[in-house]
Ligand binder design. Sequence first.
Ligand SMILES: *Cc1c(COP(=O)(O)O)cnc(C)c1O
Length: 358
Amino acid sequence: MTEIESRRGTGTEGESERERVDLRSDTVTAPSDEMREAAAGAPVGDDVYGEDPSVNDLEATATDVLGTEAALYLPSGTMANQTAARVHTERGQEAIVEAESHVVRYENAGFAQHSGLQLRPIDAGEKGVPSAAAVAAAYVADDLHRPGTGLLCLENTHNAKGGLVATPGEIAAAAEAAHERGVPVHLDGARLANAAVAADEPLAAFAEPVDSVSLCLSKGLGAPVGTVLAGSEAFVERARGVRKLLGGGLRQAGLIAAPARLALTENVERLADDHANAERLAAGLDALDGLRAPTPETNIVLVDVADAAFDAETFVERCADVGVLAGAMDAETVRFCTHLDVDRAGVETARSRVADVV
Ligand SMILES: *Cc1c(COP(=O)(O)O)cnc(C)c1O
């Protein structure tokens, strides 16, 4: 075992712990040895002065891959979404958001807290991306009584809908409806790389119709830390200021940007393996009594436990007892998320242990 390997560990101690199959999220992925080596050897500087070569390198790579004018490295996807909203809007405006999107469910009402926005949540139906007509219907023009729409926020893949993919055409249709009304569009692309691989389209095709796009490097792509936020030069310049305001101005961030760059250059295509594993897992779970698991489009398996003997929380506890970690989305839905640290055999282990629980 090299010194790096011995330090890497699994994040857990003890024999039985090590055998856990952790499918709670693709954020649990540990950095590879190559990433650790990249971190150790990264040239660094003070990124608040724009002088960290490894951060600059990552931002240039992200700009290339997403086909935008510029990109910015941030500590998290949440900060990227919050930064984008703050740049695009004025206080007191409305943001059109999908009712079950991440910015609504999991960001502590950040649009309200950081940007003074009122949300206009719309149900975008099965797909999770609103049609042009849905955007038009949700749009509000400002007048004496009404705040006016300041932002359309899209999400791809859609987490709560089970990692569903919106095509570049669907993104473009929604974005065009917003643009026609003078409304800027942010795409929360935390798992956009999964969408790109599933749709067999370049990442840039999804970024092209929108004004800003975020992409998490620390989920399925396996980086230890960080998200990139991309858009025009003018957008990114303002986003840099908001990032500083939110406390996200980092100094020798090259230590995390260097491995994050590897996530972007090395780990996109392999997401297809995670998607295949998710499909196998869903098929295996769907075959069990009381469980329903539709075929996933990407790496998120949603299991409906409404007809099982227990509710989602209890199901998750029983799974944990046999060393399979998942998460409850709501009272009747459990989420299993495949990723690069669980291979085909791991997924099969998970399936057979869950079968014992059921
Ligand atoms: C994970 C996620 C985020 C936020 O990322 P963090 O890095 O955890 O803050 C934003 N949007 C979606 C859709 C996500 O899945």
